[in-house]
Design a protein around this ligand. Sequence first.
Ligand code: F6R
Length: 600
Amino acid sequence: MCGIIGYVGETEEHDALDVLLEGLSGLEYRGYDSAGIALANGSIAVRKKEGELSALESALEGEALAGDAVGIGHTRWSTHGPPSDRNAHPHTDADGRVAVVHNGIIENYQPLREELADGGVTFESDTDTEVVPHLIAAFLEAGLDREDAFRRAIGRLEGSYAIAAVFEGEETIYAARNESPLVLGLGDDGHYLASDVPAFIRYTDRVIYVDDGEFATLTPETVTVTDADGRVVETTVETIEWDAEDAGKSGYDHYMLKEIHEQPSALRECLRGRVNELERSITLEELPALEWEGPVQFVACGTSYHAAMFGAGLLESRGVPARPYLASEYTAAERPVGPDSLVVAVTQSGETADTMRALREANAAGATTVGVTNVVGSSAAREADHVLYIRAGPEIGVAATKSFASQQAALTMLACALSETDAGDVVRALRDVPDGIQTVLDTSTAREVAEAYEDADAYFFIGRGPQYPVALEGALKLKEITYKHAEGFAAGELKHGPLALVTDNTPVFAVVVGDGERARKTVGNVKEVEARGAPVVAVTDGQTDIERYADHVLEVPAGDELAGAILANVQLQLVSYWVAHRLDRSIDKPRNLAKSVTVE
Ligand code: F6R
């Protein structure tokens, strides 16, 4: 999704161009197809290019743009108009007095565009964003000063936006936010704004999160946040607890591999202070005793939805009715949600538009809401009644990895807290998971499995109970980073249709953990595919005889189904990674995908 960066400060300390380019590189993980910058000390200089950031950097070579102290930058993920130089941001008015970058969607851009065109404006791009600089220019022409022109223009917009604007010859950035992330950074030698903290973390860890409906004005000396009426808003300065190195690759070829390997420490962090081994109890201090009626409703997308399925299944197994919903399919009008409901929004980024809409509808219906998120200060964290942080640390690779494991652990703890059941079994299961993941990472033969099956026609993943969402997640991971066809099934469903797809070139990954009835039944399903000639990869702790029917075995330490679901997923992450590696895919930034999906 689009990312924005802005900087205003002292040129002696930082050149705005350098800060913007570094900031854009810190936002690359969000996914983009073009990038651009505008510098504004004197007349506005805009440079923008379709393609990777390196295309913009090459275009800037030899340009005498150093020495500016104020500028804005943007990575674009196309929504209105194809990727191209002219659709890339920043966009300006006809006279180049103001330049604007925007993340989000301006829903009423069509009537605004027609109105401006009737007034003589010629548009240079297909974007919704371009109406903004033209609106600002129209208000300037009507005699308003710059700040008022900016505010009035923003007041005309409907939809979602984080917008930043610079005016020619002025060391000020004007910004506004509605339903798209915007964070301000307070440095010693200047001020920053961005869609996300990695854009400026190397310069400052002191941040202010801007709320919906608020405006921010940044100069080299001051940062002022105001409401829609211009009244100054009291803000809280928060300190980010990770640094630039945490957000770097630390010697790994890809963020994804680094983040897969960070899972033991991420899990320890998630469990810290929450799991009490001596008392065999779980305490989530951030959550008060909650009361609700009806099933607990989980809303989430993609990988987070798989975690929500896992959490809802666990809650039901502990006697509490629960239901996971795809956030994009959840509308309060059609769901039994009201003041007595409990709605849990699961979202790594805390900014996913579908999940945020569902959460907002639940809030509006009066439900009690809990945000389960990774990003401190994110929209989900601020808008839910209560927040449970998964504490996975920054996740840069577009494919969610460590955040899924941390979501599984956090939702396991949440299920204990909500069900008020004895947590002894969960404490036992979770306690050994970080070391168990380390064992998987140290001993995995996923690379050989990837080599054996890199040319497969399709990949199928099966599991039952807690392993079913893991099967779905295994398939999602493989398809998104290898671009190969993969599907996950509840193991028992195979014979109701999907078995027709099975051939000797469609490996079936079967997740079988423990020795319970579910595991034994999945072994039965494996026999069915094996009998039809499909290669079988067993992801197992060896407590059943599945190995007899498997061509390859990916081992996980023996334990219960719960821990097994976290451990088995790590093996599947590694298989996807190594298949994608062999196929030379863009692992950290798969085509067409974005890390933070801020449009519905
Ligand atoms: C897949 C992936 C996506 C996200 C989904 C929700 O690897 O990363 O499916 O899980 O876009 O994102 P969050 O969790 O940020 O709401």
